[in-house]
Design a protein around this ligand. Structure first.
Ligand code: 1CP
Length: 352
């Protein structure tokens, strides 16, 4: 755990330093989905609420959960505890999380299914999230950065149209590829709501934002440009115009060669790499344009063994000579042993 800190200027936060383009040895570290079911203290707090969305909208519980991995591991960043699906909820769609089954939404079939809500009206249900951010910000150690987030429009649309998780994305892809003008209405709505939501997260205290495009990898290249790159570019444009100093991390998971040019096309400051991205290519082709974040395979962290240390050192060796944030290539898995996370943090930090 980190020692208590005296307040320091913002620039001395390691995460903000590397997002500003500098190189740090050792690199800062945090993990996607770091607050969650692999932690016994999360399961205990989670049990105090009737369902998952009530946790997201309860600032007492959500701020406690956000801080849990910071207290246990001393990560360089806390990520707001919430979910990408609070946006469909705010837009008036039915969203629930069934125990052991994942999210269930009322499937959206056309833009006519979207309620006529003003921007202000759609932000009302999200007020508790902003309160969580204010509380976490006040409680964090001085060198720990607070990350806010949202789903990118394409990924949020997949859940809205499919009605939950999907195997083949056939409904949402049929809509996007078969009726692009109709689908654009949904994406534009998500761009508006997401931009408004993220501005409010910044004003409540979020210092960095991450846009999760978890299903960016299921589209043909031209559709990836239209439904992943263009909406993220529009959100980044709006945020940079209004709050230019807040760094943005893009995470177009599974984009493959689509990672090339993504930072310059969208304006994100940092690229979150999934675990399939080859490191030497990333160092040469991507790191000159953006800070990189990633990309240990979450199953390697779960599995542990001698290969865990080898893989950590391979990643730090390849990317640590430029601006870099150590992370996983996707969210931490619920069965991950806590000892493996402790070993990971020790290994990354002892390499200097
Ligand atoms: O009961 C429970 O505890 C539910 C499990 C859970 C948790 C802990 C869900 C349901 N969401 C979350 C929190 C969450 N989700 C965070 C919290 C902050 C942190 O990182 O610690 C974040 C950033 C998310 C983001 C999220 N939600 C994404 C993007 C990242 C990713 O993993 O790809 C996605 C796709 C979701 C949807 C979602 N919410 C929950 C589940 C189980 C899912 C995924 C369903 C699927 O696989 O399709």
């Amino acid at each position: 755990m980190k020692p208590a800190q005296i307040p320091t200027p913002l620039k001395t936060k390691p995460l903000l330093t590397v997002l500003g383009g500098e190189t740090l040895t050792p690199p800062p570290i945090w993990l996607m989905r770091q607050a969650g079911r692999y932690l016994p203290e999360y399961r205990a707090t989670r049990a105090k609420a009737p369902d998952f969305l009530s946790v997201c909208f309860n600032p007492d519980l959500a701020s406690e959960i956000t801080l849990q991995p910071i207290k246990r591991f001393g990560f360089d960043a806390a990520i707001l505890f919430s979910d990408i699906l609070v946006i469909p909820h705010a837009l008036g769609r039915h969203v629930e999380f069934r125990e052991g089954e994942g999210p269930a939404l009322a499937p959206l079939e056309s833009p006519r299914g979207l309620a006529a809500l003003s921007e202000e009206e759609s932000m009302v249900p999200l007020a508790p999230v902003f309160e969580t951010i204010r509380r976490v910000k006040a409680a964090l150690p001085a060198d720990t950065t607070l990350i806010g987030f949202a789903g990118a429009p394409w990924t949020v649309a997949t859940y809205m149209v499919e009605g939950g998780s999907s195997r083949d994305f056939s409904r949402v892809k049929s809509w996007a590829l078969g009726d692009p003008d109709g689908f654009q209405v949904l994406i534009d709505r998500l761009v508006d709501a997401t931009s408004a939501y993220l501005i409010r997260q910044i004003d409540a205290g979020a210092e960095v934002l991450q846009l999760f495009d978890s299903w960016a990898g299921v589209l043909p290249a031209p559709a990836f440009q239209r439904w992943c790159v263009a909406p993220v570019r529009e959100i980044v444009l709006r945020l940079k115009k209004l709050r230019p100093l807040v760094p943005i991390i893009g995470f177009p998971r599974g984009a493959g060669l689509g990672y090339q040019g993504f930072a310059s096309a969208t304006g994100v400051d940092c690229l979150g790499l999934d675990s399939t991205v080859p490191l030497h290519w990333a160092a040469q082709a991507l790191q000159p344009q953006a800070t990189l974040q990633g990309n240990l395979d979450p199953i390697q962290l779960l599995a542990g063994g001698g290969n865990l240390k080898t893989e950590i050192l391979r990643i730090v060796g390849a990317l640590g000579r430029g601006p870099f944030i150590f992370n996983l290539g996707h969210g931490i898995l619920p069965k991950t042993p806590i000892a493996h996370v402790e070993d990971l943090v020790t290994t990354v930090r002892s390499r200097s």
